[in-house]
Design a protein around this ligand. Structure first.
Ligand SMILES: [Zn+2]
Length: 190
């Protein structure tokens, strides 16, 4: 199993990390110093680049990640996380930060479903899900324009019936190579 060696590497490293008290320089609380919650993409290039490019350290913000930085369901786990951050964890503003060259850009359901079949998911299973109301074309659809996607997610959050008043919701797009931010929606302007 190729994964077990990564697991072992991680566990070995972790043992040393704790023993040598490397954690001490990261000590902070669960409340974000900068009073913000950020929704961004799971893209590998943003793992360290995004916090560095925004001057964020451990403890500064609540960071939520998914594929594409998309809020696709008003009562899904992303929206729930944002609301918990605002109501229970002292966040006072929201940033949606998508990025150029995203894996969700132009994503269509057909090739994903084709690969599922190739890797053993049966047509019968797919049919059953389709009959149960799962629309793969919608569920596995990414976005065509990253700017429109950010605007849409910002609107979903801003207009959510459970949002507290007076919370700015900003929308931005980051360059995954340089870390440059482009402002799409300035939540302080409305
Ligand atoms: Zn992405």
């Amino acid at each position: 199993m190729e994964n077990s060696s990564l697991l072992n590497d991680i566990l070995d490293f972790n043992k040393k990390f704790v023993e040598e008290r490397e954690y001490e320089k990261y000590e902070t609380t669960k409340y974000p110093n900068k009073k913000a919650v950020i929704l961004t993409c799971m893209d590998t290039r943003l793992l360290e680049l995004l916090p560095k490019a925004l001057n964020l350290g451990n403890g500064d913000v609540k960071l939520i990640k998914n594929a594409g930085a998309i809020v696709s369901h008003p009562f899904g786990s992303i929206m729930r996380s944002i609301l918990i951050a605002l109501y229970q964890l002292q966040a006072k503003e929201v940033f949606v930060i998508a990025h150029h060259d995203c894996g969700m850009s132009g994503l269509k359901a057909e090739p994903v479903v084709a690969e599922m079949k190739e890797r053993g998911v049966s047509q019968e299973t797919l049919d059953t899900l389709a009959y149960s109301g799962v629309d793969f074309n919608q569920w596995l659809h990414g976005f065509d324009s990253v700017t429109d996607s950010v605007k849409h997610s910002v609107e979903m959050i801003k207009k959510h019936p459970l949002m507290p008043g007076g919370v700015p919701v900003h929308g931005l797009v980051i360059d995954p190579r340089t870390g440059k931010l482009d402002l799409v929606v300035d939540g302080n302007q409305d």
